[in-house]
Design a protein around this ligand. Structure first.
Ligand code: 7TS
Length: 398
């Protein structure tokens, strides 16, 4: 059996989305900026896609959504745009973010620090939660931007975005949230949460890879990252990938409808809990960050005595795809930085596996995965020198 449990890395394109995209490769291939009918033929579906994107995050008509290449580009656009507008050409010099953001935020912040920008990296507590009051306390006279993710990609922990949005609004500070892992899993509403900039990426919600979006509230215009033609009203030059944009629009509609979000809660979350509870029956297993306040599809579990990488190998042999954490950080075998941020000891940090589900997973797949994991734990603990040598583990616990 094949089981894909790495949906926080990327998702399968929904077959309906694929069908929607197909005509834009051969039949309706004009450049949307051309004046002839080949170009304008692309417009109705592009307008529809924009409509779905606006509706999906509850943007107002007068706000902007810029189509980008991915979440990484959206995040870079916000941070570097703010740097140009408010720091290089303004009188501010401080950015607030968290220490558990995706590298497309933290690596940009590290770069900006080399340019003289001051960055505060807020800590999360032992449950992986960031408190809104920490944002309030970090604000200074010269704070240009607060950038806090909506949901963490490793743990699924949801941050208090509405409260942070209110704090930023009260202090007249621009607020960006990376909602890459929130869209399609929980309700995302830019108006309700006072958001100025919001990042999303189609391939995380069953759309195609290579396309993302950046919501920009009216009155919060940014210098563009890419200068060139007048595409996207000059906010992001370069011919848009029409097929991908149209696919992203439908993917957003399918992922954010009331029915879809209910299904995440009623189906995906139940499968995740079933998987998680079965693993928790194995002694010395814990959910990193605990069970509260998470996206419905994600669990990050530590199994004592079992290296995350070894577990992944066993799972892969049995047709199951999972992760030790973010694929973006998995080339090196350093302990997972997000787990370190939680104050986990080093063993815990090396033993995490992230299982992230989607609406396409089934109960049969989860039952199969539970069996495979139980057998893998028994095997790997038996051959683990550190686990087997601990006197308390001499009696087999499985
Ligand atoms: N922001 C968050 C919160 C993410 O989880 C990711 C990808 C990105 C930005 C970057 O997205 P992209 O569209 O530019 O690729 N996260 C992961 C992950 O957790 N495992 O692999 C990729």
């Amino acid at each position: 059996m094949e089981v894909y449990l790495d949906n926080n890395a990327t998702t399968m394109v929904d077959p309906l989305v694929l069908e929607e995209m197909k005509p834009f490769f051969c039949d309706i291939y004009g450049n949307p900026n051309s004046l002839h009918k080949f170009g304008s033929g692309t417009h109705p579906k592009m307008i529809e896609a924009f409509h779905y994107l606006y509706e999906g995050i509850n943007a107002k008509d007068e706000d902007d959504i810029i189509i980008t290449g991915n979440a990484t580009e959206s995040n870079n656009t916000v941070l570097k745009g703010i740097w140009i507008d408010k720091i290089l050409n303004g009188n501010k010099n401080h950015i607030i973010t968290s220490e558990v953001e995706h590298p497309s935020i933290t690596a940009v912040c590290k770069f900006l620090e080399t340019q003289g920008v001051e960055v505060t990296y807020l800590k999360v507590d032992n449950d992986g939660i960031l408190e809104a009051k920490n944002v309030q306390e970090a604000i200074k006279e010269n704070t240009a931007l607060v950038s806090i993710m909506w949901a963490n990609n490793e743990t699924g922990k949801i941050f208090p975005i509405k409260e942070i949005g209110q704090i930023c609004r009260d202090n007249k500070i621009a607020f960006h949230t990376d909602a890459t892992q929130a869209i399609g899993k929980i309700s995302v509403d830019v108006q309700d949460c006072n958001i100025d900039y919001l990042t999303f990426s189609a391939h995380k919600f069953h759309g195609p890879k290579g396309v993302g979006g950046l919501y920009v509230r009216k009155t919060c215009e940014l210098s563009p990252l890419l200068h060139g033609g007048e595409q996207m009203g000059g906010h992001r030059a370069g011919t848009v990938d029409v097929a991908c944009m149209v696919g992203m629009g439908l993917a957003m509609k399918l992922a954010t409808s009331a029915n879809a979000l209910a299904f995440e809660h009623d189906h995906v979350e139940k499968l995740r809990d079933c998987l998680e509870n079965a693993i928790l029956q194995i002694p010395e297993t814990i959910i990193i960050g605990g069970k509260n306040n998470r996206t419905p599809n994600t669990t990050l579990i530590s199994i004592r005595g079992v290296e995350g990488e070894s577990m992944l190998w066993d799972l892969n042999q049995k047709g199951i795809g999972a992760s030790t954490g973010s694929a973006c950080a998995s080339e090196d075998l350093e302990a997972n930085p997000v787990m370190n941020a939680f104050g986990s000891d080093s063993e815990l940090a090396h033993t995490g596996i992230r299982l992230s589900l989607s609406r396409f997973n089934t109960k049969e797949q989860i039952d199969y995965t539970i069996d495979v994991i139980k057998n893998a734990v028994a095997r790997l603990r038996k051959i683990s020198s550190s686990y087997a040598s601990a006197p308390e583990n001499h009696v087999s616990q499985l």
